[in-house]
Design a protein around this ligand. Sequence first.
Ligand code: RB5
Length: 144
Amino acid sequence: MVVFIGSDHGGYELKEQIKSFLEEIGVDVEDLGTYSPESCDYPDIAQKVALNVAKSKEKGILICGSGIGMSIAANKVEGIRCALCHDAYTAEYSRRHNDANIIAFGGRTTGVEIAKQMVKIFLFTEFDGGRHERRVEKIGKLEA
Ligand code: RB5
């Protein structure tokens, strides 16, 4: 498993903390920026992470100030189901019911311990399939 991670300046500090956490638990992480706390534009980073996730079929993590801009931008890329999550429940069900392949959250709204918990749940929870498969396929058809 390799996880693609990205943030803008609003999520930079939390990205660095989540990167260290992933390394600690033995998950390979590829950091696609931003690489400093200087101001930058979240759609540029969302695009990089989303394209890598769509191509590789691996998972991604996006962090901006609120998580909102990143999730809106990432969901414009074909094959991406980016879930804006706030707690363990939303992280778990983004995988179980929506087969989300990117999790987004806010560096200004989410504490580091909640973020670590959400990331772990997101990475290691499987899609339930079954009736949810049909619904996720319908989401894919909206891209056509
Ligand atoms: C940047 O100030 C902020 O707008 C951005 O990080 C994000 O929260 C957008 O949705």
